[in-house]
Write a protein that binds this ligand. Structure first.
Ligand code: XBP
Ligand code: MG
Length: 238
């Protein structure tokens, strides 16, 4: 019997990555940098999770002739903080809705007594902004653990964030299922031994989902997930 559902955030709860991309570009502008990530570039950069790590990846692998400022780590931290301000402002203004079926799944699973948790690479501020809009100001009440960003030393595809959540919940991997959208996310949850269901998006549709329990376009028909995962939850109207 599944005791808990662990949710990834970006790309899974909501299609947020273009919101992130536009926020990075606004931060570059604010900081006087002539960098601009279009969809094609961002698609490449999504190979690396974590906004700070992604900026460093861009500088090391895609920028020619750029001389790093003296305290590069501080520079990246500040740039990422500016980006997060832009992103939370955009999300709080209702910029990005939850994906189909997500709100209903969270409400039905919570009502059925299934433990819910979050395991994400993004920052806690970004999670709060997204779920305050999507689930209301008491959104945190749904979740027994909220594993975000820098709380663990190694981000996805490392399993750290999923191990952190399992520890917090006091559950084993076999008690849980995970919902993810990307190859990095799947590798992370599988490395933690957690059965994982995928919903794809335009950035991840061609990723390698070997090992996933199932791959769905989205959760607009929750019965697909309920039946495949063996979740006994209110049936959807036929
Ligand atoms: C996706 C990520 C994040 C976001 C950007 O997280 O890798 O880095 O792309 O957010 P997940 P930050 O799919 O694990 O939710 O700039 O806050 O990292
Ligand atoms: Mg994701």
């Amino acid at each position: 019997m599944i005791k808990a559902i662990i949710f990834d955030v970006d790309g899974t709860l909501a299609d947020t990555e273009d919101g992130h991309r536009l926020s990075f570009n606004k931060a570059f502008l604010d900081e006087g940098l002539d960098w601009n990530w279009d969809v094609a570039m961002y698609d490449k950069l999504l190979k690396v999770t974590g906004g700070k790590e992604r900026i460093k990846y861009f500088v090391s692998d895609f920028l020619q002739g750029y001389s790093k400022p003296a305290d590069f780590d501080e520079f990246v931290k500040k740039l990422h903080a500016v980006k997060t301000l832009h992103y939370t402002k955009m999300i709080s203004a209702g910029g990005v809705p939850l994906r189909p079926g997500i709100k209903q799944l969270i409400e039905e699973a919570y009502a059925a007594g299934i433990t819910l948790a979050i395991a994400t690479t993004t920052t806690p501020e970004n999670v709060s902004a997204l779920l305050e809009v999507g689930l209301g100001k008491n959104w945190a009440d749904y979740f027994s653990a909220n594993g975000c960003g820098d709380i663990v030393p190694h981000k996805k595809p490392a399993p750290d964030i999923y191990f952190w959540v399992l520890e917090k919940l006091g559950l084993t991997a076999n008690d849980c299922i995970a919902l993810e959208d990307s190859e990095n996310g799947l590798r992370s949850s599988l490395a933690a031994g957690i059965k994982t269901y995928i919903t794809i998006n335009h950035y991840t549709r061609n990723h390698d989902f070997t090992g996933a329990a199932a791959v769905f376009d989205d959760l607009s028909d929750l019965n697909q997930l309920y039946q495949t995962a063996g979740l006994i939850l209110p049936a959807q109207p036929a």
